[in-house]
Design a protein around this ligand. Structure first.
Ligand code: RUQ
Ligand code: CUA
Length: 654
């Protein structure tokens, strides 16, 4: 035990030493050529060539940037409440954040992935995982809004997620932490052999994108870290990196770093799908939320689902295999041809690359080196395609340019290293500032990457920006990879931790981007489609205000007869039918956020007035030259008063 501790401390101090030495050597900062500036400069009024969807990490959101400029366009609220957009605050979107643990207004979002058709990104949806309270979200890229969130049962730390198969048949979510399945009260020390890890295959309806958990593969109690789908020749398979194959449950930095090799699990999901379609698997009681936002009612609903189909890997022989991979592999990346599976052993000196073809041959020849809980372990040499020797320290993630090159990030030596698939030779390296995690090449997770730029997403910024107190901005860096040598072009700050990103050519999304919601298609139960239909309705202590907005007034704008103790619902429909004319609204003392209502949309907030008086409300979004006139009053009387309920616009309430 003492020895283990000692070696852990030694290892840690090496890691710390590397990190800090890198962070103080700011060697080539400011050494950019003027051509670098030209390469990222987008003329005022012109558009960027690529969209980059960068996750916010612990902000729980997804932000949209342009490349090469690094300009921020939008923060899309996904797992966290956003007062600016009323997401998770208005009545319509609160159900999006419902879970089996109740309303959960935050999460840690890591890996966005864009939907694909025939192995090529199609720009329809982005999927992203919530780690902490396991969820997968879908964002519609015609509205840039979160339209669906499904909770993942039997999971904890939904980290090896959310990656899509070649035709978006599935978005896959693997658990980082193994847990008792089903959950129960038991001693932690009995982890080994008893805790399990669920790998969830969530089907995606090809038309509407509706998500549904098709099955969960219940695997041994390892930690499932990252994953990627097979593509091309390996379509039908999915690969998951694992660590803690030791199945330790305490002092993991030491105890989960004992084994010389952990595994990349190879899952033939086509085979399991067939098994399940033929009635295989065990239906298990569960309780998880499925939240869907309906664009026509502009409202979300949350449904609790009570069972989930589980599959024991031993029941589907030939479907699951383990490929030994040195030293706690983190990234598990598949090249555009589908032949190579790159395992980034965090504590390994080398990068291990497996061959899909050799893996199949090894399975055929039964070149196995034992098993883990009955799952065959493929002989290490049998699936090995090659090794990139000593490329750097602390490899994490790899992306591909589609021209036979791979780019791997190294956290400890703080660099991106370019190497060649097949010959495994390192051909270039560029420093990152600092401690890079993921990197992203637009389309890099598909058969067709757009190998012009790579974005490096860093964990530490230190001296790169003006100081802003103890917390320095988070940041990403853009490199030109169109030539033989990578060239650093740009640093740009990000919202939240730029954990990972997905990118695609702007032309894929731009033409389909929605400009407004058609008023005649608004099916919100409290929609008001003309000013003539506006009204105020009392139902006991609940008061429903059917209000409209159009430049530059609210209808009605004077309301009387509200009483202390009422619960007042402002249902506001924006009658505008022009691009880019939202109106906002809030009222003094409201315990919720503003509303920001898009043209043709209806949204609702609740106000519980606590004081007698005449209280103003106003438009919060500068919408016209007379925006400042866009205001109104609500008269609040005592609970026992007899002030009649009346409302008006353009005339006095008599
Ligand atoms: S993991 S920095 Cu959350 Cu994406 Cu490798
Ligand atoms: Cu409407 Cu400002």
């Amino acid at each position: 035990m003492k020895n283990i501790l000692k070696s852990a401390v030694a290892l840690l101090s090496v890691l710390v030493a590397f990190t800090s030495c890198n962070n103080t050597s700011n060697s080539n900062a400011g050494a950019l050529s003027s051509s670098a500036a030209e390469k990222v400069y987008v003329n005022p009024g012109e558009h960027d060539e690529f969209y980059a969807f960068i996750s916010g990490g612990f902000s729980g959101q997804l932000s949209v940037y342009g490349l090469p400029s690094g300009r921020l366009f939008k923060v899309i609220p996904v797992f966290s409440q956003d007062a600016e957009k009323a997401y998770g605050y208005n009545e319509e979107t609160k159900p999006m954040l419902n879970t089996s643990h109740g309303f959960v207004p935050w999460d840690d979002s890591h890996h966005p992935d864009i939907s694909q058709t025939n192995g090529v990104i199609d720009g329809r949806w982005v999927f992203i995982n919530g780690n902490n309270t396991p969820r997968i979200a879908k964002i519609d890229l015609s509205t840039f809004e979160t339209t669906e969130i499904i909770e993942v049962p039997n999971s904890a730390g939904n980290h090896s997620s959310s990656f899509v198969t070649e035709n978006t048949e599935y978005v896959v979510a693997g658990t980082r932490f193994s847990i008792p399945i089903p959950q129960k009260d038991m001693p932690i020390k009995d982890y080994k052999g008893n805790f399990k890890g669920a790998l969830s295959f969530i089907s995606v309806d090809p038309e509407h994108g509706h998500m549904d958990i098709k099955f969960q593969l219940i695997m041994p109690g390892f930690d499932y870290d990252l994953s990627h789908p097979g593509r091309g020749k390996s379509h039908g398979w999915f690969f998951f990196s694992t660590y803690n194959t030791e199945e330790a449950s305490t002092l993991m930095e030491v105890n989960a770093s004992q084994n010389d090799k952990d595994f990349i699990a190879a899952v033939n999901w086509k085979k399991i799908e067939e098994y399940v379609n033929n009635g295989g698997g065990t239906m298990m009681p569960a309780n998880y939320a499925h939240n869907v936002y309906d664009e026509s009612t502009h409202s979300a609903t949350s449904t609790m689902i009570k069972e989930v189909l589980t599959v024991n890997p031993l029941d589907v022989p030939g479907a699951v295999f383990l490929m030994p991979t040195p030293k706690s592999p983190h990234g598990c990346d598949v090249d555009p041809t589908g032949e190579y599976i790159v395992g980034s052993g965090k504590l390994s000196a080398n990068l291990t690359v497996h061959s899909f073809t050799k893996m199949l041959a090894a399975i055929e020849n039964e070149s196995f080196a034992g098993d883990a809980y009955g799952i065959p372990i493929i002989d290490f040499e049998a699936s090995l395609a090659g090794v990139v020797e000593q490329p750097g320290l602390g490899p994490l993630h790899t992306e591909f340019d589609g021209k036979g090159n791979a780019y791997t990030t190294f956290f400890i030596s703080s660099e991106v290293v370019k190497w060649k698939l097949g010959t495994w030779e390192v051909v270039d390296r560029q420093p990152c500032y600092y401690s890079v995690g993921h990197l992203m090449i637009p389309g890099g997770n598909s058969q067709k990457p757009f190998g012009k730029y790579v974005v490096a997403m860093n964990k530490i910024t230190k001296d790169r920006y003006l100081p802003t107190g103890p917390e320095v901005t988070q940041s990403a860096q853009l490199y030109d990879i169109s030539g033989d040598k990578m060239e650093l072009l740009l640093d740009f700050p990000t919202v939240g931790e730029p954990h990972y990103a997905a990118g695609c050519p702007a032309d894929l999304i731009k033409p389909r981007s929605k400009k407004l919601f058609k008023l005649e298609e608004n099916n919100h139960p409290y929609a008001t489609k003309t000013e003539a239909d506006t009204k105020v309705v009392r139902e006991g202590k609940d008061v429903h205000i059917y209000m409209t907005t159009i430049r530059s007034h609210f209808a009605p704008d004077n309301i009387e007869g509200i009483k202390v103790g009422d619960k007042v619902y402002f249902h506001i429909t924006n009658l505008e039918q022009d691009y880019d004319v939202p109106h906002g609204v809030s009222i003094i003392g409201a315990n919720t956020s503003e509303l920001l209502i898009m043209p043709g949309q209806t949204e609702t907030f609740v106000w519980e007035p606590k004081q007698v008086g005449v209280w103003p409300f106003y438009c919060t979004d500068f919408c016209s030259a007379l925006h400042q006139e866009m205001q109104g009053y609500v008269r609040v009387s005592a609970a026992n008063s007899s002030t009649p309920l009346r409302w008006s616009l353009g005339e006095d309430i008599e």
